[in-house]
Write a protein that binds this ligand. Structure first.
Ligand SMILES: Nc1nc2c(ncn2[C@@H]2O[C@H](COP(=O)(O)OP(=O)(O)OP(=O)(O)O)[C@@H](O)[C@H]2O)c(=O)[nH]1
Length: 428
């Protein structure tokens, strides 16, 4: 089974910061609190697009960050939410957490959505902190940081395009010059036959999977144990590229070759002859190729489009790829035979990290180092320019048990406590 694999980084947008503001009315020096909340950060969302066949696009872009929410404003106006960042993935994409190796989602249906990184909520403005005891609080929260994560996308590749033709007409050469990526063989134990497979990208950014089909068919003839995956390569093929040696090396007749191969396809599987074909008239760099091509054209007529190419000089190859991509776009999928799926199915479950709210370690300089997702998030949501916010942060730490834990570890008045890149003094 061939897989395409790519590791990417996703981050939800941070929430916007809450605002500290007061109503301003004539003759009232300081009215009630009027600071609005920050907007929520955008989510990063995977959406299945059945028009995609490969993970090629991810070779160029590997970082996906959703926009942050707007900050809150005065007059109790809330900041706008950040827009979600939609990332298209091909059907069959499995999403795996790169750090824990857990499968997060198995995306199969067109339009299926999966939020891979949530945006942070907006920080609350000072209006929300008003209490009878403190009716004019000078306190607001920063936005919550968006979720971030490294994920691996994995896609099992099936061939969209099959190459057929006699031996030595140049199939392997063609496949090698058009392959932008050689997929990795993930599991390959059921047969001695390795199909030649390549991920192809056209100059205008479309991509598809191309396979050397006769290799598969010959193997089937020889009764080599073909796995389902191999049969599926053949079944899934929507366009057949018929490679013909126009130099007619070894005294061959290009037209005869064409008929013989088509007959073989028919013998192998009638359904293959339903696939639209494109003829790649290869080895056009050779002396007598042009003359042979003319004769060939006369016999074929307009039934099948012919693209003169040279796999060696790459002349005409670009146009051939465009034609294949165009034809793929207009050719519907052929229903797959009900081939039995292997019984192993990936289990998808939501994985929630269970971490202590904080941990304390000692630095080489003796400082107490405070870390942990929860305590770091609290820290990031605190506006340290306001005394009231700082006091609230201190209260939150105490409530979490940080003070007690520090004391237990032997912290004394004046000892340094470090959190991310900030330092403060422990006060008992
Ligand atoms: N002059 C010329 N030679 C070519 C061209 N394409 C392929 N060849 C040569 O033709 C020979 C056969 O090419 P392959 O790519 O191995 O042919 P194949 O169809 O994959 O053959 P099998 O692997 O036997 O099925 C090699 O020596 C290639 O260098 C071409 O465009 N021009």
């Amino acid at each position: 089974m061939f897989v395409d694999q790519v590791k990417i980084y996703v981050k939800g947008g941070d929430g916007g910061n809450g605002m500290v503001a007061f109503r301003r009315e004539k003759y009232v020096p300081k009215g009630g609190p009027a600071g609005g909340d920050g907007g929520k950060g955008g989510d990063v969302v995977f959406v299945v697009d059945e028009g995609l066949r490969t993970l090629m696009d991810f070779r160029y872009q590997r970082h996906f960050k959703a926009p942050r929410g707007e900050n809150g404003m005065s007059k109790n106006q809330h900041g706008k939410n950040g827009e979600d960042l939609i990332v298209k993935v091909p059907p069959g994409t499995v999403v795996i957490d790169a750090d824990t190796n857990q499968v997060l989602a198995d995306l199969t249906e067109n339009g299926q959505r999966f939020v891979v990184a949530k945006g942070g909520r907006g920080g609350r403005g000072n209006t929300r902190f008003a209490t009878p005891a403190n009716p004019a609080p000078e306190i607001a929260e920063n936005g919550e940081p968006g979720e971030e994560r490294n994920v691996i996308l994995e896609l099992k590749l099936l061939a969209d395009v099959g190459l057929v033709g006699f031996p030595s007409v140049g199939k392997s050469t063609l496949l090698s010059v058009v392959s932008a990526a050689k997929p990795k063989i993930a599991e390959y134990h059921f047969t001695t036959l390795v199909p030649n497979l390549g991920v192809v990208e056209t100059d205008d950014g479309r991509s598809f999977v191309m396979a050397d089909l006769p290799g598969l068919i010959e193997g089937a003839h020889q009764g080599v144990g073909l796995g389902h995956q191999f049969l599926r390569h053949i079944e899934r093929t929507r366009v057949i590229v018929h490679v013909i040696d126009m130099a007619a090396t070894e005294g061959r007749d290009p037209y005869e070759d064409y008929l013989v191969i088509n007959e073989e396809l028919k013998q192998y599987n009638l359904r293959l002859t339903e696939r639209p074909q494109i003829i790649a008239a290869n080895k056009m760099d050779m002396p007598n190729a042009e003359e042979n091509l003319q004769k060939f054209r006369e016999k074929i007529g307009d039934d099948v489009p012919i693209f003169p190419i040279s796999a060696v000089t790459k002349q005409g190859v670009r146009e051939l790829l465009f034609a294949i991509a165009d034809l793929l776009e207009t050719t519907p999928e052929f229903p797959l035979h009900e081939v039995e799926e292997p019984a192993v199915q990936r289990v998808v479950y939501k994985y929630e990290k269970e971490e202590p709210p904080f941990t304390i370690t000692r630095g080489s300089d003796g400082a107490f180092i405070l870390s942990g997702e929860k305590v770091e998030k609290l820290f990031k949501m605190t506006d340290f320019s306001r005394e009231e916010s700082v006091r609230r942060f201190a209260r939150q730490l105490r409530a979490m048990g940080v003070d007690d834990a520090l004391r237990e570890r032997g912290a004394k008045d004046g000892d340094i406590v470090r959190l991310l890149d900030y330092e403060f003094e422990f006060v008992d």
